[in-house]
Design a protein around this ligand. Structure first.
Ligand SMILES: [Zn+2]
Length: 149
């Protein structure tokens, strides 16, 4: 029997497998896939732990190859801290640098631990150019009309 006939024979055998066997195969594959996914999640979690450990230990002196990533985390943390203090300022509150308590902005000392409150600059209200934006839209509409003429 030539190879081609043997292959066809194998294919027929394969196709002839019972529904039960097929079902078993599918459920085994599903199980293995589930195991792969949970292992991938575990790796991802551990990478995060490792990264956090590296960051906490070496953030002030990172290896050159990862300096950009480390500095990016630092920048994001600074942004988060800045945004949080801006939100507090909008609410008329200030966060105690010592104990983290949220105190009324007008207080000089923390009501919880008594530390002197360090107050950030009040948030600068950005001038919202709403009227300008409307004018721009109107100009665009005018252009559309003129091209149709
Ligand atoms: Zn305090």
């Amino acid at each position: 029997m030539s190879d081609i006939f043997k292959k066809i024979g194998d294919t027929i055998t394969e196709t002839g497998k019972t529904v039960g066997e097929k079902t078993k195969q599918v459920s085994s594959v599903a199980k293995f896939n589930a195991k792969i996914i949970s292992s991938e999640h575990s790796i991802s979690d551990n990478y995060t732990i490792l990264g956090k450990y590296y960051y906490d230990t070496y953030k002030d002196n990172p290896a050159e190859e990862v300096a950009e990533t480390v500095n990016s985390i630092t920048a994001s943390l600074e942004t988060i801290a800045d945004m949080k203090s801006q939100i507090l300022a909008i609410k008329g509150m200030v966060k105690c640098q010592e104990c983290g308590a949220e105190c009324p902005f007008e207080d000089t000392y923390c009501g919880k631990c008594g530390a002197k409150l360090e107050k950030p600059e009040p948030p600068v209200e950005e001038e919202a150019p709403e009227e300008e934006a409307v004018e721009v839209i109107e100009e665009i509409q005018d252009d559309t009309v003129s091209t149709e003429e």
